[in-house]
Design a protein around this ligand. Structure first.
Ligand code: NCD
Length: 314
């Protein structure tokens, strides 16, 4: 089995693969169902999750697949007894699921799992690896963007904790792939700026991007504002309190910011939010984050279906 049957990072998808996934997601959203009764999905989460785990499990259930799950692998698996990730994955692959949806605090964990699973026929889905990537979130984010504002020549502002947030990283890679005319604007306090690796990637791929420290000046002509929280779990406690205070003071989105946005622009957030979007904004039709979260189910149905029918992700 090649790596392409796994879902590990945003850069792996071809544009045609993305289009096919979105067409299937659209069909599932219109009510399409399947009965993959002989398929089994494991969800193994070593970090907390609400949306990713529930939407994957709902997707598996809607496809008629079986599912086995631990919602807290850190405490309720043999990890507490000192078992390595490699051993756990090797054992789980021996039970012959079709896919393992893995969330882990270590960057690169999904790649390690994919190597361990080699030859077993089990697909690994990266549901977040530390500050690395979250490719299925990026797919549902892009699916939402295309549905709501279109797909070409967009100005997308991505802000918040760009140093540690895996959703922002994965979305930037994906947008760079599908829209050669995209204009990316990254907004973050200096301590949370985007990593050099992505900037290098964008530069090499001729993607127009800029970095700003002020939010207000980016709002007027943006098509998408994609906001993220400070990643508490990846920052030392003492730094976190200061960074969150700065985030709330300088980067918290309120109705006053919405007034500056275009009438057809959208405000997105992978959620959970931790104060960086005020709840008074929720009633505005441009607040798209709950629609975005709901898109996780049809999109993840499309991903699982592709695995069940053994079509590679390339
Ligand atoms: C994100 C994650 O886990 O990276 N959540 C999600 O999957 N929707 C974002 C976050 O936790 O900040």
């Amino acid at each position: 089995m090649t790596q392409s049957t796994h879902v590990l990072r945003s850069q792996q998808f071809s544009v045609s693969c993305i289009n096919e996934l979105f067409a299937r997601a659209e069909a599932f959203q219109r009510g399409g169902r399947k009965n993959y009764r002989d398929k089994i999905v494991f969800t193994v989460f070593y970090e907390p999750s609400t949306r990713t785990r529930f939407s994957f499990e709902t997707a598996a259930a809607r496809l008629g697949a079986g599912m086995v799950s631990t919602e807290n692998a850190k405490e309720f698996s043999s990890a507490t007894k000192g078992e390595s990730l490699e051993d756990t994955i090797r054992v789980l692959c021996g039970y012959r699921p079709d896919a393992i949806v893995l969330r882990h605090p270590q960057t690169g964990a999904a790649e390690i799992a994919a190597e361990v699973s080699e030859g077993s026929g089990v697909s690994i889905i990266n549901a977040g690896d530390g500050a690395g990537q979250h490719p299925t979130q990026a797919l549902l984010d892009l699916y939402t963007i295309i549905k709501e504002v279109g797909r070409s020549g967009l100005k997308v502002v991505i802000g918040g904790d760009l140093a540690n947030g895996r959703t922002a990283r994965s979305l930037a890679y994906l947008l760079a792939k599908v829209d050669p005319n995209v204009h990316l604007v990254f907004v973050a306090p200096s301590a949370l700026r985007l990593g050099e690796d992505i900037k290098q990637h964008l530069f090499e791929n001729g993607v127009r991007f800029e970095e700003k420290e002020e939010l207000v000046e980016t709002l007027q002509d943006a098509d998408v504002i994609y906001w993220t929280r400070v990643q508490k779990e990846r920052i030392a406690n003492s730094d976190y309190e200061n960074l969150r205070a700065e985030m709330l003071l300088r980067y918290s989105i309120t109705l006053a910011h919405l007034k500056l946005m275009k009438p057809r622009a959208i405000l997105m957030h992978p959620l959970p939010r931790a104060g960086e979007i005020h709840p008074s904004v929720d009633g505005d039709s441009r607040a798209a984050y709950f629609r975005q979260a709901a898109n996780g189910v049809p999109l993840r149905m499309a991903i699982l279906e592709r695995i069940f029918t053994r079509i590679p992700f390339e």
